[in-house]
Ligand binder design. Structure first.
Ligand code: TXA
Ligand code: MG
Length: 544
């Protein structure tokens, strides 16, 4: 398909071109239009067949609904089941402008637009060219951002040409989008208003009109596998250059020190005037204290990352206040939520205790509180799959500790290793360095996922160098009789066997003396109270 590219410089002079765009849209074609947020890819919103072409041109997932653009509030009532009174108050302050409102839809909205939901998103753009095109078309226009799905949204006609040339009927070039990030999306369809996507209208501005407004979980965090997205667009990988993006939290000094110490092919997205501090290619994306200037440049900068050909890009972290929330939200997605905190170390809890005391129960509870759990038992099992480790173990304990398939006979090894203190130490000397290295990798993962902290669950914590990685150490404790009962039940062993295991361990005093906090986990005590104390202690002075 031949894409016609037209340039609009003066609306009154170029009226015939706008009329032509209107005609293309009325007859079921696709036109990329400038808006004040980003460029949109428009089709007649009431024509399901025309709307289907948008999904094809963008490669957009079918379950991601589109925003319907109108020129005037009088065009909205026919699109919705019932006009929410709050829309008038919002319109008065923020329309035309970068705000999208979701309400229950009426029957004239085709399923293609709402992607099967019973709601519709509407917005009145302020860009005069967008407004003129909607009027010329004479119908509401469904328009997502005019990029290929997954790429940064287009803020210049050249970006649209990059992604859409040959795939759509027409591109209207009317210069740069002045805001630069997509509209704020708020839903009124559930009673209490909820912010689904931050944008040019800030949360504070919404609350001025709507009162308390919830912030959808997807604004800050990656949705889990089974979780349902309120705004389907938020679940996809988004705004991503080909390079792997990482956000660097912390000062300019710490970012420069980190990047300059790397020996890899990377570039940096930094604030204006910072380029000279980095020893690699830099793309400046606005002034540090000016979220509006960052919003304006963010998508262009992300596109320019690919022009450098670098495999990795590091981005100075913006403030998340006001419009900055939209900038930070887009960056989080382009970085697949990789955030490296250079300033404050993530709190790390070392969790230990005797067998049957309930370490697993406590770490599962900490996981519910946002902690990333590192189970050293699992790591130890992986460690003995390592060839070098197996070799050293054979040297120490004899070749017959291997099973016919070459893997470790764990039972036999345990018998020999726990036969004496010296043999136990020999086992630890072989396996601990490998496990410690694996713990380091897990801690990196936890940090990258933005976990509140990490918990290292390790029976031998206090005898291993892993203790040094911990901000706080804690012992889980329970009365002897209860521990006995628990392990007899858990492992299906006799009372004598259970007794033997327990007596091979360090006594209560050892744990009390060596760890910072004791978590009482007797059957009749509330371990959660002690865990709350533990969290307070390890997160002291941290604001997240
Ligand atoms: O600024 C903007 O909003 C730009 C310009 C072109 O107007 N448009 C835009 O559209 O960003 P798009 O498709 O890239 O993003 C629309 C977002 C998606 O996250 C989508 O899931 C959400 O709005 N959305 C649309 N209809 C919805 C609905 N009924 N319920 C929940 N989310 C909806
Ligand atoms: Mg988009």
């Amino acid at each position: 398909m031949q894409t016609e590219i037209i340039k609009i410089e003066d609306l009154s002079r170029d009226a015939a071109l706008i009329e032509k765009a209107g005609e293309v849209l009325r007859s079921g074609g696709l036109v990329a239009i400038p808006t004040e947020t980003v460029y949109g890819l428009a089709a007649n919103a009431l024509d399901g067949e025309a709307v289907k072409k948008i999904f094809l041109a963008k490669g957009r997932p079918q379950d991601n609904p589109l925003i319907v653009h109108v020129a005037d509030i009088s065009q909205i009532p026919p699109l919705v089941k019932k006009m929410d009174e709050r829309v008038y108050a919002l319109a008065e302050k923020y329309w035309p402008g970068p705000l999208t409102v979701i309400m229950e839809k009426s029957a004239i909205i085709p399923d293609e637009v709402s992607a099967g939901l019973d709601t519709v998103a509407v917005r009145i753009p302020s860009n005069p060219v967008a407004n003129a095109v909607i009027r010329a078309a004479g119908v509401p226009l469904a328009a997502p951002s005019a990029n290929s799905s997954g790429k940064p949204s287009p803020t210049r006609a050249s970006h649209v040409i990059e992604d859409m040339d040959g795939k759509i009927d027409m591109i209207i070039d009317a210069g740069k989008s002045e805001i630069g990030v997509e509209s704020t999306v708020v839903t009124l369809a559930e009673g209490k208003p909820r912010l689904l996507r931050p944008g040019g209208i800030t949360l504070e501005q919404l609350e001025d009109v709507l009162g308390e407004t919830l912030v959808d979980k997807a604004v800050f965090s990656k949705l889990g596998g089974g979780e349902k997205a309120s705004s389907p667009g938020m679940k996809y990988k988004h705004y991503a250059p080909k390079a792997e993006v990482t956000i660097l939290k912390g000062s300019l000094e710490s970012a420069a020190e980190f990047v300059n110490s790397l020996n890899e092919d990377s570039c940096v997205m930094c604030f204006d005037g910072e380029s000279s501090r980095f020893n690699c290619r830099c793309i400046e994306y606005g002034a540090e204290n000016d979220s509006l200037s960052q919003a304006e440049k963010i998508f262009d900068a992300l596109r320019r990352v690919d022009e450098t050909g670098c495999e990795k890009a590091y981005v100075r972290c913006p403030s998340a206040n006001g419009v900055g929330l939209a900038v930070y939200n887009r960056l989080l997605r382009s970085a697949a939520f990789r955030v490296k905190n250079l300033e404050s170390r993530m709190p790390v809890i070392g969790l230990t205790g005797q067998t049957g005391a309930g370490k697993t129960t406590v770490s599962a509870y900490l996981a519910e509180q946002g902690f990333y759990v590192i189970d050293t038992d699992i790591l130890a099992r992986k460690a003995v799959e390592n060839k070098d480790v197996l070799l050293s173990l054979c040297e120490e304990f004899g070749n017959d500790i291997l099973l016919p398939d070459g893997s470790l006979d764990r039972k036999k090894t345990a018998q020999r290793a726990f036969a004496s203190k010296e043999k136990t130490k020999a086992l630890n000397d072989i396996t601990h360095p490998v496990i410690t290295a694996m713990v380091h990798i897990e801690l990196e993962k936890a940090q990258a996922q933005g976990a509140k902290g990490a918990v290292i669950d390790a029976a031998a914590l206090l005898e291993s160098p892993i203790t040094q990685l911990c901000t706080v150490t804690a012992s889980v404790m329970a009365p002897l009789e209860e521990r006995l009962e628990r392990i007899i039940k858990r492992d299906g062993i006799t009372r004598e066997q259970a007794m033997l295991r327990i007596s091979a361990q360090y006594p209560d005093e050892y744990y009390k003396e060596k760890t910072d906090i004791i978590i009482e986990n007797a059957n009749n005590s509330d371990y959660k109270k002690d865990v709350a104390r533990l969290i307070r202690l390890c997160c002291k002075g941290k604001d997240e």
